[in-house]
Write a protein that binds this ligand. Structure first.
Ligand code: MLT
Length: 239
């Protein structure tokens, strides 16, 4: 029986680090890092290297990688792209190598070195990711990137959606964080955008005039790509 755990913020990650060894982790950052990762690969990027720091990103930039990313939601000076998934179009991504760094999502990813397999979770690729998780053995940890260490609604909603789907495929809820995430998802699933209308990150997007990103980030199962984080880069074939 596969157990499902949910890590609600990176601040709680240290409580799970020992248990995560050789387990499956799904890193979730719906607005917008993991959504952007899936979009980049859907639109033909050859390589995508998520890194935690601006320095690492710039060193890949010096090697010819396109640089994408944000801090506090805003594009980093001197980068080729910010982190709106709408920027990563087929004509801009086709065959390219991209390094990306974000406020929360790539930081969360950098914590997961001890896991056996690390998946990139977004609403876009929810169903295919749950199928792949079910086919691989072992317990599953749904890791919400949050905002600067704080809980956020959107990542927990996706964790709830994935947990509900995994339970239908035979997995078992192992902790109250997952129970709470599923209850949240059941409250929200008929109108996710409406449920999130006053969420902190949505308010930030309104102040940044980036609300249209929500239309992309909240689309469900439009991608058939399972995305793994292996050896510092994103791949779409199971390692
Ligand atoms: C994050 O890391 O939380 C996101 O990339 C933030 C954003 O894209 O605005």
């Amino acid at each position: 029986m596969k157990n499902i755990y949910t890590i609600l913020t990176p601040e709680l990650f240290s409580l799970y680090a020992d248990a995560l060894v050789q387990k499956q982790v799904v890193v979730i950052d719906v607005l917008r890092a993991t959504t952007s990762m899936v979009v980049m690969l859907e639109n033909g990027a050859e390589r995508v290297n998520p890194v935690a720091s601006l320095e690492e990103a710039r060193s890949w930039g010096e090697k010819g990688y396109l640089m994408a990313g944000e801090r506090n939601g805003f594009k980093v000076d001197g980068f080729d792209f910010g982190n709106s998934p709408q920027e990563f179009t087929k004509d801009k991504m086709g065959g390219k190598s991209v390094v990306m760094t974000t406020t929360n999502g790539t930081h969360a990813l950098s914590l997961c070195k001890m896991a056996r397999s690390v998946y990139i979770g977004a609403f876009l690729n929810c169903a295919v990711t749950c199928d792949a998780l079910t086919n691989e053995g072992g317990d599953i940890y749904l890791f919400c990137s949050g905002w600067k260490g704080f809980f956020n609604l959107e990542d927990t909603l996706l964790a709830g959606a994935m947990a509900a789907s995994l339970c239908q495929m035979g997995a078992k809820v192992a902790d109250d964080a997952t129970r709470a995430a599923i209850h949240l998802w059941n409250q929200a699933k008929t109108d996710v955008a409406g449920f999130l209308s006053d969420a902190n990150h949505v308010q930030r997007f309104q102040s940044m005039h980036a609300e249209s990103d929500l239309d992309v980030c909240l689309k469900i199962d439009t991608s058939k790509k399972v995305v793994y984080y292996v050896g510092g880069e994103l791949v779409t074939e199971r390692p």
